[in-house]
Every structure is written in C-alpha cells, then in structure tokens.
Design a protein. Structure first.
Length: 291
C-alpha cells in the first residue's frame, strides 16, 4: 500500500471545471466538470436533424384534416336492420371484415400480396388509395367550408403537395401511422342506415410465468371493442377477447339496462356455441362501474 501511494504527488484542492496536474504513477487525470461535458453533448444533440423520412412523418401527422377526410364511411354495410336475423349474422360479420380490409390501412401490404399473386388487381382497385383522383383540378378543388376551415385546408393542401403526398390520402396516412404507433386498428361507420358503430381491433397476447421466456410460442389472441347506441338499450360497449380456447365478452351499458342484458346472456352463449365459438366468460356491468 505504501509503495502504491509513494507514486502519488501531493496537490492542492481540486476546483470543478479545471484540469488538475494530479498524477497517479505519472498518468495525468482530467477533472473537468461534468457540466462542461453535458453542455458539449447538448450542443451536439441540438445540431441533430430528423431524416427525410422522419420529417415526412412529422409533416403528415401535423396536417389538419378537412371535414370530408374526418367523416366515417358513409355507405351502410347492410341495407336494412331487418337483415340482423339469425340467418344473416354471418353476412354482417363478412361485411365488417371487408370494410376493415378495404379501409386502406393495409394497402401497401395488399400491394405486396398482389405482386406475389395472392390478390387480384380488381381487389386492389377497391381500396381508397386506388380511387384517388390525380388531376390537378381535383387536388385544387374549391372549398365551401368556413373561412377558417378553408384556410386550414389550404395549408394542409400546400403541405401535402410539397411533400409529394396526395391531399386526399392524408387521413388514411395519419390513420396508418397511428395504428402502427398504438397497435390498434380503428373503423367507424354505419352498420345499417342510421346505426353508427365505433370499432377497434388489436392483438391481445399475454404471458404467464412459463410463457414469458418464449413468447413466440404463444397463439395470437385478439381484442375487439365495439361502441354503439341502440334504440332500446341506449349506449352499449362490448369488449371481446378471442383466443384458441374460446371467447370472453364484457358488456358495459346504462345501469337500468344491466338486468335485461344479464337475462339475455344465456341466449348469447347459445349463439356463440352455434357459431362454433366456446363462450369462456360473459359479463355485464353498468357504465359507471369501476370494477
């Protein structure tokens, strides 16, 4: 220990921000303040810029949507609510599947399928990106919006054209970016005339202690949330979880409708079994419940 210390020369107090002449075995030690280092790093970070892709994404997310872009799908999926009988439930399910598939969110993936021969050109042409009007007149169409909204639309149009983005595709692009970020795929529209539906789908895989070390072996589970206001039941939200073992459904409704919905749960269970789906858990709780 004495031999080790004999090589250390005595020095005065060390002052932050200064480099001392302290030597350990003739090796100089720099005691410059960490604040100076932090400032240097901050200056370097301030000079960083987003890549062209990052700038494009930031530009798209910052574009305001016109009233037309914000509106949900206008055409109802079914012509009449009378189609909701037992024999027509598959038709509604198929219509919802097609509406989500053709919403434009998966357009680039579907193009890859087309190149691989997995989709036809006619299927691609059914998606909104394939229906964009590329004429300059359509892009610069006059607006009947209020002056404030018209100015906002003009800014969005200018930003879109500068970025090389078709103005009519801004809403779809924003939805794609938000879906990637949130891992949630939304859809909103009419399931039959006058009946609006807000619908979202997301993967819902979960891990227990045995599976968390090898999550790739887990089967995909899906969570689907539906919100709608029905004529007799009022506002209802349904949360469905579908996995290999069956389906879990949680219904949230107005408090005065909970009893009626609970009485209908056995019918719902029977309908699921008839469709080949095992009902694991069916519950109903009031809208204001925290449980």
């Amino acid at each position: 220990m004495v031999d080790a210390l004999s090589g250390v020369s005595a020095v005065g107090p060390v002052i932050a921000g200064q480099a001392s002449n302290t030597s350990l075995g003739a090796t100089p030690v720099n005691t410059a303040s960490g604040i100076d280092t932090a400032k240097a790093v901050a200056n370097e970070l301030s000079s960083l810029e987003l890549s062209s892709t990052g700038q494009l994404i930031e530009s798209v997310l910052g574009m305001a949507l016109t009233q037309t872009d914000q509106s949900p799908q206008a055409e109802p999926l079914l012509a009449s609510p009378a189609l909701l009988g037992q024999t027509n439930t598959p038709e509604l399910a198929q219509s919802l599947n097609e509406a989500l598939s053709k919403s434009g969110i998966f357009y680039e993936s579907h193009l890859a399928d087309w190149v691989s021969g997995l989709r036809t050109q006619s299927q691609i042409l059914e998606e909104p990106q394939a229906k964009l009007d590329h004429s300059a007149a359509a892009q610069m169409r006059p607006s009947s919006e209020s002056p404030g909204n018209a100015l906002q639309s003009a800014h969005t149009l200018s930003a879109a054209l500068t970025s090389g983005i078709h103005p009519q595709s801004v809403g779809i692009l924003q939805q794609q970016l938000q879906s990637i970020d949130n891992q949630v795929i939304p859809w909103q529209g009419q399931i039959w005339p006058g009946q609006e539906l807000q619908w979202s789908v997301q993967s819902d895989s979960y891990f227990d202690e045995e599976q968390q070390h090898n999550p790739n072996t887990l089967p995909i589970q899906w969570k689907s949330t539906l919100k709608l206001s029905l004529p007799h039941l009022g506002e209802v939200q349904a949360e469905l979880r579908l996995g290999p073992q069956g389906c879990q459904i949680s219904l949230i409704s107005e408090a005065h409708q909970v009893s009626d919905l609970k009485q209908a749960l056995p019918i719902l269970g029977t309908r699921l079994q008839d469709a080949g789906i095992r009902p694991e858990q069916l519950t109903v709780k009031p809208k204001d419940s925290n449980g």
